[in-house]
Design a protein around this ligand. Structure first.
Ligand code: ATP
Ligand code: MG
Length: 574
């Protein structure tokens, strides 16, 4: 293709709302234009990258035995009533009526549609396992669409759904998809981690997020610096340490702490380390009050607490409730002498002595409190947020390090949640009716494109990984009026095409500086510059985007060099 014929509307300015680099660069390099909040046109260069990501997905899912289909974006409310999500999904679900007054929504995801389809078409265990996927536009009326393609309202997603006869089979399907995802993101050229994720309302099931590492990521990930364990911070486990409790040496003592309520205030006032304090938090879980005790420098992890409560959502108790239960103003709650409520403690407090805790009395704390002597929790559990430096629970040798990540994919074992709700059953080998065992698997296609830029850019522009670059090379003739320069450039492009490589020939009558700037901004992996000076010696200049090195090669060698690099990349798909 010739640059002058392509729609590549590059710009110098970025809109003020573009605060992350992928949004800025996609806009400046002429890849996207906004139509409405969170809704974008994908221009020709963007669509080429999207098609490459889709192709990788199709190849790898095909290899994993999944079949592609296409479901409608418009979905009738009845299906969502069946699953119970018409009520539960909230304002992210865009609902509307047709001319007859029937309610529909724009699909944010397709569990209902696929479960209904499979329920009608699949009768026997002999037709299982079945894995169906589509690549399609989703609509979610996100409360804060932002960061361009990273959190849009309309966006492209690959969503897959597996159906198995047994939980064991579903786990196998899950692991197949997990492995396919690893290959997909490797082939996209991304540095990512597959992290264990919170399973939200499902609980106890398998879930991994695929996170592209980038400073701008919305998620915090902890990974072990020694083994492969990685988890979303909400999920990152901590192993209970063996403690040999020392004998408490002091009796409990009341101390006056007028006006000192927070851990930081009390620690400073009593000249103690925050870790020498315990914090006492009261939660409401259904109609019950649960008291959680943690070391002063630790933070509670709500998903872990929820799991301990058997899936009941804990809500921090109001000041009135705290005062009623403890008999003291908020800020002075403590576990000693609290009657009629369940007290649970974080593992880090097992065997602790000499703690400072609230006295359940205004302006007063207790010191020299010993767990087991002065209060006895009903349970010890892993209840706190892990943090960098904590010991890895799996290998127990490494330590957690922290990263920021962008969630580009999610694999999820669903069990029979939807099949039971929607009464989707098959006949097993004994002729008995059973609900399907399901899994669901998403990849944000447009988000993956943005994440690739978040991870691969510099001050001059994008640095596309070879596997998903819109074109492999920019061919830049410097003097458009010199017939030999132009002829050589055209010959190079023809040779690249013959070798199966994609290129743009920058035929614009622009100064070299402008052509170089645009080539860097668009970020194709290779740039070949053809100028009068080099041609006099029979060479052209080859440069890899992001590298300072310039190779002076014959036109044939320059083409061969790119061919070799791209072939090495394609090896990954072998
Ligand atoms: P998030 O926590 O970021 O809102 P999610 O848990 O809602 O994501 P899923 O429902 O698992 O996401 O959707 C599958 C994939 O779709 C995600 O892994 C992500 O890559 C992509 N995705 C989700 N929401 C958006 C969005 N608003 N814009 C672009 N891509 C999205
Ligand atoms: Mg979401």
């Amino acid at each position: 293709m010739r640059y002058s014929q392509l729609l590549i509307p590059t710009l110098k300015e970025v809109p003020a709302e573009a605060i992350v680099v992928s949004h800025q660069l996609l806009f400046r390099a002429g890849f996207i234009r906004k139509l409405a909040a969170g809704i974008y046109n994908l221009l020709p260069l963007a669509l080429r990258t999207v098609h490459k990501i889709e192709r990788i997905i199709r190849e790898e899912l095909g290899r994993a035995g999944a079949q592609e289909l296409l479901m409608p974006a418009v979905q009738p409310s009845e299906l969502w009533e069946e699953s119970g999500r018409w009520q539960k999904y909230g304002a992210e679900l865009l609902r509307f009526q047709d001319r007859k007054g029937a309610w529909f929504c724009l699909g944010p995801t397709h569990e209902e549609v696929i479960t209904d389809l499979v329920k009608r078409e699949v009768r026997s265990y002999r037709q299982l396992p079945l894995n169906l996927y589509q690549i399609q536009s989703k609509f979610r009326d996100e409360i804060r669409p932002r960061f361009g393609l990273m959190r849009g309202r309309e966006f492209l997603m690959k969503d897959a759904y597996s159906f198995d006869a047994t939980a064991e089979g579903a786990h196998k399907s899950y692991h197949q998809m997990y492995n396919a995802y690893r290959r997909i993101f490797e082939r996209c050229g991304l540095d990512f981690r597959a992290v264990e994720a919170d399973t939200g309302n499902i609980g106890g099931s398998l879930s991994h997020e695929f996170q592209v590492l980038a400073e701008s990521g919305e998620d915090e990930i902890l990974s072990c610096d020694h083994c492969t364990y990685a988890a979303n911070v909400e999920k990152a486990e901590l192993k209970a340490r063996e403690v040999t409790a020392g004998e408490p040496t002091h009796a409990v003592e009341k101390v006056s702490t007028p006006g000192q309520k927070t851990i930081a205030e009390v620690a400073a006032f009593l000249k103690a380390a925050p870790s020498a304090l315990a914090k006492t938090l009261l939660f409401k879980a259904d109609d019950k009050i649960v008291v959680v005790v943690l070391r002063g420098d630790h933070e509670v992890n709500l998903p872990k607490l929820k799991a301990l409560l058997g899936g009941v959502e804990p809500v921090l108790a109001s000041d009135e409730v705290v005062s009623k239960i403890t008999g003291a103003p908020p800020g002075y709650a403590g576990p000693v002498g609290l009657a009629g409520v369940e007290v649970v403690a974080d593992n880090a407090l097992a065997g602790a002595t000499d703690l400072i805790v609230g006295a359940n009395e205004a302006d007063t704390h207790l010191r020299h409190v010993a767990v087991g002597r002065d209060f006895t929790p009903s349970k010890f559990a892993d209840l706190r947020l892990a943090r960098p430096g904590d010991r890895c629970p799996r290998c127990e040798e490494g330590k957690y390090v922290t990263h920021r990540g962008i969630e580009v994919g999610h694999v999820f074992y669903l069990g029979t949640k939807y099949s039971v709700a929607m009464n989707a059953r098959f006949l097993d080998d004994k002729g008995e009716e059973k609900p399907f065992e399901m899994g669901c698997y998403g990849i944000g296609v447009t988000r993956t494109m943005a994440a690739a830029i978040e991870q691969n850019h510099d001050a001059d522009g994008i640095k596309w990984p070879i596997g998903i670059a819109p074109y492999h090379a920019m061919v830049v003739p410097l003097q458009m009026k010199d017939a030999k320069v132009v002829e050589t450039a055209e010959k190079i492009q023809a040779d690249l095409t013959a070798a199966g490589l994609e290129s743009v020939l920058d035929d614009r009558e622009e100064r070299p500086g402008i052509k170089f700037k645009d080539a860097d901004l668009l970020g194709f992996p290779f740039r070949i510059v053809i100028g009068q000076k080099g041609l006099a010696g029979g060479t052209v200049e080859l440069k890899r985007r992001g590298s300072a090195e310039v190779l002076n090669l014959s036109p044939q060698d320059a083409v061969a060099h790119i061919q070799k690099a791209v072939a090495a990349e394609l090896q990954k798909s072998a």
